[in-house]
Write a new protein. Structure first.
Length: 179
């Protein structure tokens, strides 16, 4: 491997390690100081292999939209949370995520009516992390959880099964927010 390739891979590894969120291919190109998406994909693929061979609890995975993230494997999340100093999400953002997961598909307006206008910032954060995605139906943005959400939290991928799983952990509101 040429020295500049080592340097590029090192920069990508450092960016993935420090970001704490999925990084797009464009962000990884900036980190690697190259415009070649092909070189970055090749470097990330090599990193995925090396991390997989070296670490038991850490992985690099491709998430929705072609982003990549360095993270703990889902089965290690419950144990790691006991040692973490700062939670992944604020309490209010986690409440918004829980509502999306439970009532999906749910409109941003419905969430805002129930939780307040700060929900729009929560949605941006959750979307940038790859935990939720939206579809546009007329003037409404309808939010759902992603496969990455399910993998990260160790939940099923099907919305109905997620709802059933959440009933075990949280008291269920009497009725959903206005749709």
């Amino acid at each position: 491997m040429m020295p500049d390739e080592d340097f590029m891979e090192g920069r990508i590894e450092a960016a993935l390690y420090s970001a704490g969120r999925p990084l797009t291919l464009d962000e990884l190109c900036r980190a690697a100081q190259t415009t070649s998406r092909k070189k970055v994909v090749s470097a990330v693929t090599k990193l995925i292999g090396r991390v997989s061979e070296t670490f038991s609890a850490v992985e690099i995975v491709r998430v929705g939209g072609g982003s990549y993230v360095m993270q703990l494997k889902p089965q290690f999340n419950p144990m790691a949370k006991k040692f973490a100093r700062q939670p992944l999400l604020s309490r209010s953002t986690m409440k918004t995520l829980t509502m999306v997961a439970y009532f999906q598909p749910i409109s941003a307006k419905s969430l805002s009516d129930k939780r307040g206008s700060m929900v729009y910032n929560h949605l941006k954060t959750l979307e940038s992390m790859g935990l939720i995605a939206y579809t546009q139906e007329g003037k409404n943005s309808l939010y759902r959880t992603t496969d990455y959400f399910a993998d990260y939290f160790g939940l099923p991928k099907d919305g109905a099964q997620i709802k059933h799983s959440l009933k075990k952990f949280f008291p269920v509101p009497a009725k959903p927010p206005n749709a």
